[in-house]
Structures are given as C-alpha cells and as structure tokens.
Design a binder for this molecule. Structure first.
Ligand SMILES: Nc1ncnc2c1ncn2[C@@H]1O[C@H](COP(=O)(O)OP(=O)(O)OP(=O)(O)O)[C@@H](O)[C@H]1O
Ligand SMILES: [Mg+2]
Length: 254
C-alpha cells in the first residue's frame, strides 16, 4: 500500500507455551494515521499490540519469532533499549490507570523516570503542552495540585494520553481505550485521536466496529491469531476481500 510505514512485522509468530497465538502476521502500520486492529475476543489483538513495544517480554513462557521493524530497525534485536522503546512507542490501556497523585505529578512521573527535563520551567511548559494536546489545559490549569483520581473517567483517560505524549513518542498504542467510557466520552476521545494522528502514528485495538469505522484510516482484521485482511478502513468495511472479514463485520460471529 502507498503509505510511509512506521512499524512492520515480518512473519511474526508468537507462542504462549504451546499455544500459537500469532501466526505468520505480516502487517504494515502507516505513519501519522489511525490503524484499528479488529477481531473477536481472544483473536490476539492485545498480543499483537504488545509486540509493538515489547510489552510481551514481561510475560513468562512466551516465544516470539520473526521481525518487528520500527522505522526499519528490528526491535527484537537483543541490544534494543527497552526503556527508550517503550517511551517511543507509548501505550494507553482500557481503564485509565492514573496514579493516586496530583495531576501535575502524574504528568511529571514519566519525565522523572526517563530523566527528561529537570528545569522547573521546562517541566511546566511540557505539562502545559501535554494538556493542551488532549484538550484539558483550560479546564485544569488552575487545578494541577488536585488528585488525578477526582477527575471524570474521560478526563482521566485524556490525562493518560497526555502522560504518554509528554514523553514525545512516535507511536501511541491504545488497547480498547474507551471501554470504560460512556458513549459521549467515547466520541470525544475518538475526536481527539483524529486530531493526534496528524502528528503521531496511532494503533487502536477495539472490538467496537462502529468505533473502528469512525476513527481509523486503516484496519486489520485478526482471526484466531491470523491477520486475515488489512486495508483502508473504507475498503475493509464496505468491500472486504475476504469472506471471513465480511462475516465478522456483518455481525455473523464474534
Ligand atoms: N499470558 C498468556 N498466557 C497464555 N495465553 C494467553 C496469554 N495472554 C493471552 N493468551 C491467549 O492468547 C489469545 C489471544 O489473547 P489476546 O488477549 O491477545 O486476545 P484479544 O484479541 O486481545 O482478546 P479480547 O478482545 O478479549 O481482549 C487468547 O486465546 C488468550 O487466551
Ligand atoms: Mg485484548
């Protein structure tokens, strides 16, 4: 396909013990777009997403074969700097996992871990920039000392996205980021993703097909660990090449 690719897998296979969870997955994730990974529960969406910043390394008894290239470099290489990789390829989870700390400390946390910016003014500028990116600055600028857990769930999820963005990643992975949110908050987060994809490469896992259709430029359909189809979202949803994809998006299973 005709796009600048940010991530590419080549014959990616992943085993949990004897269980073959990802089978010969070849996918190209375009830069500065939203890519949705769709498919029924248990098909391997989260597993695939976690490959992109090697979060799976934290799981025991796992084996990964094949290549995972970020900007053409294989991140499976033993000398990959995992701390840098996970900063560069940030992740947002299902439930907003804000820390039981102030809004300010939530945002400063990663800067501290990664030893970025020590000067107070620079830190404040980065926090402002992060909150502006997720549309929270005007609401929260005078409340930075408030505990982040007092925010609404939607605000908390925005804060989690800001916490990733403040580390200046190139890729943002989101695993069902709206599943804890109501429909209105969900739409607002989707709007935010549409804005952010002008600057970042975003990959969202969702089993909400309407969401995938609304928010993504490209979509990949996974089924039983295999990438069945990948293409422009419009094509995948209106004119799927594979019968399995058609069955899935028309609600015949999953
Ligand atoms: N740590 C693990 N050990 C063993 N098997 C696992 C592990 N994590 C996931 N699996 C299995 O791998 C398969 C893919 O799981 P994964 O969580 O990636 O699916 P998913 O598509 O994200 O599902 P869901 O939509 O329910 O979140 C499933 O069969 C799951 O049971
Ligand atoms: Mg999952």
């Amino acid at each position: 396909m005709n796009f600048a690719k940010k991530i590419e897998t080549q014959n990616l296979n992943l085993f949990y013990g004897d269980f073959h969870a990802l089978q010969d997955v070849n996918i190209e994730i375009p830069d500065r777009s939203v890519t949705a990974i769709i498919g029924p529960s248990g098909c391997g969406k989260s597993t695939l997403l976690r490959c992109f910043n090697r979060m799976n390394d934290l799981t025991e008894n796992i084996r990964v074969e094949g290549k995972i290239l970020l900007d053409g470099r294989d991140i499976m290489h033993p000398e990959t700097d995992l701390i840098f990789l996970r900063r560069n390829v940030g992740m947002v989870f299902q439930r907003p996992n804000v820390f039981d700390l102030s809004i300010y400390e939530n945002l400063r946390f990663g800067l501290r871990i990664h030893r970025m910016l020590k000067n107070k003014d620079e830190i404040m500028a980065a926090i402002q920039n992060g909150l502006e990116h997720v549309g929270l600055w005007s609401t929260l600028r005078d409340k930075l000392k408030k505990n982040a857990r007092t925010l609404t769930l939607e605000q908390q999820q925005r804060l989690c996205i800001a916490r990733v963005l403040i580390l200046k990643p190139q890729v943002v992975l989101l695993d069902e980021p709206c599943s804890a949110l109501d429909p209105i908050a969900t739409l607002k987060i989707e709007e935010l993703l549409r804005v952010l994809c002008k600057e970042y490469s975003m990959v969202i896992v969702t089993h909400n097909m309407q969401q995938a259709a609304r928010v993504s430029d490209y979509a990949g359909f996974l089924y039983l660990g295999k990438l069945i189809e990948f293409g422009q979202t419009n094509q995948v949803f209106t004119n799927p090449r594979e019968k399995l994809t058609e069955n899935y998006i028309t609600g015949h299973f999953g």
